[in-house]
Design a protein. Structure first.
Length: 250
């Protein structure tokens, strides 16, 4: 059974760094399990964090760009072509990790056949992996427009400010119906020695479940090309036990 993690939040909140921290924790805890990184963020930073400029996207399949380049192999239905094309745009990171990029997605109420074909093909692809980590665009609504799939953990990344609390509340409201009964909570990122009592109090007032916090990492502040942080990774490991995720390798 596939475990699905969605990392949501405002652009610049640290989603890509946290996505990579989750990847590294899962690889450490479950070294033989397969992992799909699903970049649903319009910035495409997740691919860039691995030194990749990924141009072949799910949007390219939807728009017909991929079909124009490859043609539909003889005897293949359009539905089969979409599944085949998704395989074509998968990019391996290592033996057990792949990445796929969505870029633009269609409106959920679009009645064109390609919308349901992509949904079905994405769902089939997702179910092949042990873990899928979605790096999302703001909230779960944008992801749901692409693929209607259950999420085990939806993690909202917020910074330690009152404005971020308000934004996290909005993200939770937009996302909750798409979380499909999975765990939905907040991780407070870029925490330093400032007084967080007021921020935590406001989050509790907003009925936001705080799942963990991540310290401020100076290395990231001064720029890093790979978005990796040992500080963030160790923080994720520290609150992992609170998450609706497999806790032991089996």
């Amino acid at each position: 059974m596939t475990t699905k993690i969605a990392i949501t939040g405002k652009s610049g909140s640290g989603k890509t760094t946290i996505t990579k921290a989750f990847l590294n924790v899962l690889k450490e805890n479950f070294p033989e399990k397969s992992i799909l990184l699903f970049d649903n963020d319009l910035t495409g930073e997740l691919g860039h964090s691995f030194g990749m400029d990924i141009r072949n996207t799910i949007y390219g399949i939807r728009s017909g760009k991929h079909e124009y380049k490859t043609g539909i192999p003889e005897g293949m239905s359009k539905h089969e072509f979409v599944e085949w094309a998704l395989e074509e745009i998968l990019v391996p990171i290592d033996d057990n990790v792949d990445i796929i990029v969505s870029w633009f997605v269609g409106a959920k109420d679009c009645r064109c056949p390609i919308t349901s074909q992509i949904n079905d093909a994405c769902q089939k692809l997702i179910e092949r992996y042990d873990f899928v980590i979605f790096d999302c665009e703001f909230d779960l609504k944008y992801l749901n427009q692409l693929v209607d799939t259950n999420i085990d953990l939806a993690l909202i990344v917020a910074n330690p400010t009152i404005e971020s609390v308000k934004l996290a509340k909005r993200i939770a409201e937009f996302s909750i119906k798409h979380a499909a009964g999975g765990q939905l909570g907040v991780v407070v990122n870029k925490v330093n020695n400032q007084d967080l009592d007021n921020v935590y109090h406001k989050m509790k007032e907003a009925e936001l479940d705080i799942l963990g916090s991540i310290p401020y990492d100076d290395k990231l502040a001064f720029g890093t090309s790979d978005w990796n942080s040992d500080i963030v990774k160790e923080a994720v490991k520290a609150f992992y036990f609170r998450l609706n995720l497999p806790q032991e390798n089996s």
